[in-house]
Ligand binder design. Structure first.
Ligand code: KG4
Ligand code: ZN
Length: 366
């Protein structure tokens, strides 16, 4: 494999990621310093705590990533960095760090959309892994993370059309909130998956918001239903409504975790498969932290197989935030001549794509 060698920096949320990636695909190194343990104490991310942790870990992460890759900053063709969406304070740490490296070593700077990174994680190849084909285009991608849930059609590299998105909570946010309701550890997603895997009964029924035949998603009703169901289960076990020390039995927790997860997975998978079928997609890509979910992966694997469309899902550690995915997307931006200046600023609400109707309205000046 050849192509530009990219040094990539990711600090949009609570993982400090530095990676060296070649040709937008081959990982030479990928160091992720996770703040999960730090945020477990508060049951969620405190933005200032996250930003300070990035300051603490970013230099050691760079040293390790360069050592793992056997490279120096002078060897790389460009420095790529996430500039949004994400937490402003966290983004600024990575952006300033990347700017400094680019300026001191006289390398081009590339700004990368974090969501485009989650999508391009599907192109990554691990060190030592044999080369495999790229996901064929056009493709349909489901990106599901802690802050975002959307379906896009990708017709060409760096070209997207938004099909639908969540109208309220992101899927990962719902996992995290329901995990907290069930008294599970932070973050809720992996904890709910583990609990659900222990369920012996599979008859907890949670609602699904289909929103007609749109490709939009909604998880706030499910969250409310989960709260009511957990309260009823606690009452049935004679537990006080909000005593955190009185935990629901493991059996009830497992069954509710399974029912909630099944509802989220059902809606995500059904809409993704329908989009792939209706648009004649040649592949389906799954990305973002929730794409690490084993039930979602298994369900989509089965349904995409039945449809005859290949599913490309990065291994779980490449689904959650990491620097390599920024190196993958950064290489495409670099090849397209899409360079940033040293004025690059954080864009906390940066979108990936707009709906077709919004694109044509903007073109006609509407
Ligand atoms: O992409 P990501 O690492 O960070 C954002 O950009 O948001 O996604 C984090 C989200 C969290 O909400 C976490 O609970 C969820 O991904 N997550 C999972 C799993 N692993 C991480 N959700 C369900 N099942 C999992 N195994
Ligand atoms: Zn992410």
């Amino acid at each position: 494999m050849s192509g530009p060698l990219i040094l990539a920096v990711e600090s949009s949320c609570d993982e400090t990621g530095i990676a060296v990636v070649e040709g937008g695909r081959r990982i030479h190194s990928n160091v992720v310093a996770s703040q999960t343990a730090l945020h477990a104490a508060t049951g969620g991310i405190v933005p200032e705590v996250a930003a300070r942790a990035h300051i603490r870990w970013i230099v050691p992460a760079l040293d390790e990533a360069l050592a793992d890759a056997g490279a120096t900053v002078a060897d790389v063709d460009a420095v790529a960095v996430t500039y949004g969406p994400g937490l402003a304070g966290s983004l600024l740490v990575g952006i300033n760090f990347a700017k400094t490296l680019a300026w001191v070593h006289d390398r081009p700077l590339v700004g990368v959309n974090h969501l485009e990174g989650h999508l391009y994680a599907a192109w990554l190849v691990d060190p030592g892994e044999s080369e495999r084909d790229e996901p064929p285009l056009p493709l349909v991608a489901l990106i599901v993370s802690g802050g975002h849930t959307f379906l896009v059609e990708m017709t060409d590299h760096l070209t997207y059309r938004l099909l639908g998105e969540t109208v309220d909570d992101a899927a990962g946010e719902a996992f995290d909130k329901v995990g907290r309701l069930l008294g599970l550890s932070y973050p809720g997603g992996p904890a709910i998956q583990r609990a659900a895997e222990g369920a012996t009964r599979h008859d907890a029924a949670f609602p699904r918001a289909w929103l007609g035949d749109s490709y939009d998603f909604s998880f706030s009703g499910l969250k409310t239903a989960a709260r009511r169901t957990v309260e009823a289960a606690r009452a049935a076990e004679g537990l006080a409504p909000d005593d955190p020390d009185a935990r629901l039995s493991d059996a009830a927790t497992a069954e509710l975790a399974w029912g909630f997860q099944d509802s989220v997975v059902d809606v995500l998978a059904t809409k993704t498969i329908r989009a792939a079928r209706e648009l004649g997609a040649r592949s389906i890509v799954l990305g973002g932290g929730v794409a690490a979910n084993a039930a979602l992966r298994a369900r989509l694997a089965g349904e995409s197989d039945a449809l005859g469309v290949p599913l490309v899902v990065p291994r779980p550690a490449l689904c959650t935030d990491n620097g390599a995915m920024i190196g993958a997307a950064g290489a495409r931006r670099f090849a397209a001549g899409d360079l940033a200046t040293l004025a690059l600023d954080a864009r906390p609400s940066l979108p990936l794509a707009r709906r077709a109707a919004e694109v044509s309205a903007a073109r006609s000046g509407g």
